[in-house]
Design a protein. Structure first.
Length: 564
């Protein structure tokens, strides 16, 4: 039920919370911005949150609650996993016998409430809380993390409340990086806001708020990062990029730094790049046996192109480096052109793209061809020029590995034709296409099983509004009438998320003679996919579903990552 602006106006005027003149002005502003009056009122904080929240709760016909003031038990929090709570903007705050009280800014989400009742076996009582209150209160899920971080910070500083020097800032930064490393974070976000600094980590692909720090120390921390990354400390209004290395628990870690100016100050994102190359093992990335054979066979070829595709953050670079490690030897000359260089591999010549010196992917690749290479890796094919040079390299007896931004293998070859590459050149060079995503794996410490009938699985298809029948897809992989799916309940080992670590799901297509014929006839991606399926390709979804049935990940996670 959407709150009607007219009813909201009537209630606000009836309670003398605003004048009619002010309302007319605000209505006009809301229309200009294309948002509701309610959103504008909350955004502008014209009426105190609690008073406006009470009015909105009355219109929703549910009680109002200030959930941020509630003392919530850990056992209550575990009833609803953090990921669900964050995605749906709700907080479970009290359980009494068979009743669970939740606070949400969307009390009209009846489907979610029904689903919660079914999953928990409890009657759900809904309270309205403002968006700001719910968002702030979600931090309660990380209070054990906050406590651990606070303890670590206290051991680093004599007085955590007295931070005045660059030396103190260095200790805080060391603590932030160490804690990120200990929690397997891939990225650290240091974000300035109006009154505080938010420190967030990306763990298993999702951002989690770790702690808030005083805004007054932002400049000290950013200056320390700039010193480490050899960046100008007196530049505050330009985007800066750099990197530095640090030793943590006997491991050398490289951090790639990006700094951008925002309204409240400079925002920093640091990506943790683990240096030891022995971690780059393609067999451990999650590829099934069939796909590993395809990859291994094509890596033995002396010429041609292998393409790895997927959106940003799908693990393409790690897969490419793992492939290079498989074929790296003193007898093979391997060179790369990258932006940025994320891993340092011994025995491989790696070049960083540098727009300031006009060293682009195309120019770098053209130069590398004069360096007597056997294998070339192109960080990304972004334009026709780079694609043309890569294809010419493959035609003249080089093995080329490259990434491309497409959603699946079937749309990859047509994407190259859109770059004005002739179909006969694509057919002559592209040997293998890999499309992939990363899914979170279930925490082994809190993993539980749940049985579903085929009817219940069909209901899941309807719930997630899938364009295919999930039950039919399951039956292709198993003949069992009752299917066991797994999930993580949430525990202290996985920060109550139910997940720990990530795995690859992929589809791998060899470019056969039949697929080449389709390419010449300008076939659609769907026709290419159908031919690849005839030849035995596993779709990304079927690969993910197999991992669900193996108990590696949950059906919800697969459906979150892949919607088709």
């Amino acid at each position: 039920m959407k709150i009607d602006d007219q009813k909201l106006k009537q209630e606000l005027l009836a309670q003398n919370l605003i004048t009619e003149k002010s309302l007319k002005t605000l209505e006009l502003q809301a229309q200009t911005q294309g948002i509701s009056l309610m959103k504008l009122l909350f955004d502008r904080e014209i009426i105190p949150d609690e008073k406006l929240g009470t009015v909105v709760a009355k219109l929703y016909d549910v009680p109002f609650v200030k959930v941020g003031e509630k003392s919530i038990l850990e056992t209550t929090l575990r009833i609803v996993p953090y990921t669900l709570a964050a995605n749906q903007m709700l907080i479970p705050f009290e359980q009494k016998q068979d009743e669970l009280s939740i606070a949400t800014c969307h009390p009209d989400n009846y489907e979610l409430i029904s689903s919660l009742e079914k999953k928990t076996g409890l009657n759900v009582k809904v309270y309205y809380a403002t968006n700001k209150d719910v968002k702030s209160s979600l931090k309660v899920y990380n209070r054990d993390v906050n406590a651990k971080f606070g303890k670590l910070l206290k051991s680093a500083l004599e007085d955590p409340n007295k931070i005045e020097s660059l030396k103190d800032a260095a200790k805080i930064l060391d603590t932030i990086i160490l804690f990120a490393y200990q929690n397997n974070a891939s990225d650290i976000h240091i974000e300035p806001h109006k009154d505080f600094i938010s420190v967030r980590y990306r763990i298993d692909g999702l951002l989690q708020t770790i702690t808030d720090l005083p805004l007054k120390i932002l400049e000290l921390i950013v200056t320390r990062i700039k010193v480490l990354a050899n960046l100008p400390t007196d530049e505050h209004m330009a985007a800066l990029d750099g990197r530095f290395k640090i030793d943590l628990e006997n491991n050398e870690i490289t951090l790639r730094v990006s700094i951008v100016p925002t309204y409240d100050g400079e925002k920093v994102v640091m990506r943790l790049l683990s240096s030891p190359s022995q971690e780059l093992n393609i067999a451990s990335l999650g590829y099934n046996e069939k796909n590993l054979k395809f990859i291994s066979k094509n890596l033995q070829k002396t010429h041609g192109i292998i393409l790895v595709t997927g959106p940003t953050g799908s693990g393409k670079t790690t897969t490419m480096y793992s492939m290079l490690k498989m074929i790296n030897s003193p007898e093979v000359n391997i060179s790369t052109i990258e932006d940025p260089i994320e891993y340092r591999l011994e025995g491989i010549n790696q070049i960083q793209v540098n727009p300031k010196t006009n060293l682009t992917f195309a120019d770098g690749l053209r130069s590398l061809l004069r360096q007597d290479p056997d294998v070339l890796m192109v960080g990304e094919i972004r334009d026709q020029e780079t694609a043309t040079i890569a294809i010419n390299a493959a035609l003249t007896g080089h093995l080329v590995l490259a990434t491309l931004h497409t959603n699946d293998v079937a749309s990859t070859l047509p994407r190259l034709t859109e770059m004005d590459i002739e179909p006969f050149l694509i057919a002559a060079t592209v040997q293998l296409v890999v499309a992939q995503r990363l899914v979170r794996t279930i925490c082994p410490n809190c993993k539980t099983a749940q049985q579903f009938t085929m009817e219940e699985i069909k209901a899941l298809s309807e719930k997630f509004e899938l364009k295919f029948n999930l039950a039919e897809e399951v039956q292709k992989l198993t003949s069992d009438t009752k299917i066991t799916f797994y999930k993580g309940q949430g525990c202290d080992k996985c920060a109550n998320s139910g997940y720990k670590g990530r795995s690859t799901i992929a589809e791998v297509m060899e470019v056969s003679d039949e697929i080449k014929k389709l390419l010449f006839s300008k076939a659609s991606p769907k026709e290419i996919e159908q031919q690849a399926l005839k030849e035995g390709m596993d779709t990304m979804f079927s690969d993910g579903l197999a991992k669900v049935l193996q108990g590696l990940t949950s059906i919800e996670e697969i459906l979150r990552v892949i919607r088709s």
